[in-house]
Design a protein around this ligand. Structure first.
Ligand SMILES: Nc1ncnc2c1ncn2[C@@H]1O[C@H](COP(=O)(O)OP(=O)(O)OP(=O)(O)O)[C@@H](O)[C@H]1O
Ligand SMILES: [Mg+2]
Length: 387
């Protein structure tokens, strides 16, 4: 397989463009011309690296070449913008964006507990979809924050599933690294497509990656991407309210988000670890179709709660318990592996009611990653900034 160099090349291009802009700002025409020429070279390499975008990058490269020459000959007097797309914005990213779309089959009934967050989201979705007076403005950007595995992605998927909305599931981290330097345009294009395909839910996971205040070295590209994203979210609030495009963002580290970004997500919903009551519901969802009447679900749920299990760990726990039962009932499963698919089809897996012992054996195997100290950090943040 050919090596995909487009990420590093884009990143190099972005650096050269920033150097160009800096030199231009300083009135250093020689350096500006050199950097513009470098941009042209990098775009040419990009053209060779991305066959289906060949023409696009080649045209762009020529523009930068012309610019470099013009600066060399006439200095910086001519006020010329190096960018200027030869295609309508968005088109070059379309394949990628289409790849982000999924149809969500998740419903509200697939979520155990989380009654309050569920209700808030249900209300938001319903209000946003209904005909309503001008003055009533639904939330268009909502932040879901909380420990890993608590159901944030599940909630976003259920919101999309219930509306049969186009569901864009993107990870800020991946978009930033893949389209470094161009992710701001990618976001703009994403919202164009979302609008075309409304009702749509744009789910941005790892939102903190886009807004990090860590280390102070947040780069120009991610700042641009963030401001594009925030203006898109706001944009739907004002003009295009009859079309529903709802942005849901999620983070495990809300304290890493900068205040400007936070202020745009004025609706923030804490998605906590399940309490014992919710844990029972999650166990039931994850063992549906099996007999659990002999299991002391309350005691299992108490163990989950005491062990700081998230919904994800409870799901693993159930899976382990079910496996324990299956292995006991079907001791020679591995020996059947030489059989053909059709021969296996003719056999039926033996099952029995689940027992407490299946769960007890499983409990020892699940190691939740969370500490009390970490958990306290979420509660503290929720009382300081959550809303
Ligand atoms: N409230 C819940 N009800 C039912 N299942 C749950 C619940 N919470 C978590 N799960 C189970 O855990 C899995 C992970 O949940 P999800 O992906 O929504 O977590 P998340 O909060 O998005 O985690 P992360 O922050 O790591 O992305 C789900 O696929 C589901 O099996
Ligand atoms: Mg998630």
């Amino acid at each position: 397989m050919p090596v995909d160099l487009s990420g590093p090349l884009r990143s190099e291009f972005e650096k050269a463009r920033e150097a160009y802009e800096k030199a231009r700002g300083e009135g250093n025409s020689q350096r500006a011309s050199e950097q513009a020429a470098k941009c042209a070279r990098l775009l040419r390499l990009l053209a060779d690296n991305i066959p289906h975008e060949h023409r696009f990058y080649l045209d762009k490269s020529k523009k930068w070449e012309d610019l470099a020459r013009s600066i060399k000959e006439k200095g910086l007097r001519e006020p010329r913008e190096p960018e200027g797309d030869v295609r309508p914005p968005g088109l070059e990213f379309r394949d990628y964006i289409e790849g982000l779309i999924s149809i969500s089959e998740v419903t509200w009934a697939d979520i155990g507990g989380l009654e309050e967050p569920k209700r808030l989201l249900q209300e938001t979705v319903v209000i946003a979809a209904m005909k309503r007076p001008e003055a009533i403005k639904p939330w268009t950007g909502i932040l879901l924050y909380g420990p890993p595995g608590t159901g944030k992605t599940l909630l976003a998927a259920a919101a999309a599933g219930s509306l049969k909305a186009t569901f864009f599931n993107i990870s800020a981290d991946k978009v930033l690294s893949k389209y470094f330097g161009e992710s701001s345009r990618l976001i703009a294009a994403l919202y164009e497509v979302a609008l075309e395909r409304s009702p749509a839910i744009v789910f941005i996971d790892e939102m903190d990656a886009l807004t990090l205040s860590r280390g102070g070295d947040s780069n120009e590209a991610s700042r641009r991407t963030l401001s594009t994203l925030l203006s898109q979210i706001d944009g739907f609030k004002s003009k295009k309210s009859q079309r529903l495009v709802l942005t849901l963002a999620a983070t495990n580290t809300p304290w890493d988000m900068d205040t400007a970004a936070l202020s745009r997500f004025s609706r923030r919903i804490h998605i906590p670890l399940p309490g014992a009551g919710d844990a029972v519901k999650i166990v039931k969802l994850n063992t549906s179709g099996l007999d659990t009447s002999q299991v002391d679900l309350n005691s299992v749920a108490r163990e989950c709660h005491a062990g700081l299990f998230s919904g994800r760990e409870i799901a693993y726990l159930c899976q382990e318990a079910v496996w324990n039962m299956i292995r006991q009932e079907n001791p020679n499963l591995a020996q059947l592996s030489p059989l053909s698919f059709d021969e296996l089809r003719g056999k039926t897996l033996k099952t029995r009611a689940l027992k407490n012992s299946d769960f007890h054996a499983a409990l020892g195997k699940i190691k939740p990653p969370l500490s009390q100290a970490r958990l306290a950090k979420y509660s503290q943040w929720a009382s300081d900034f959550g809303g």
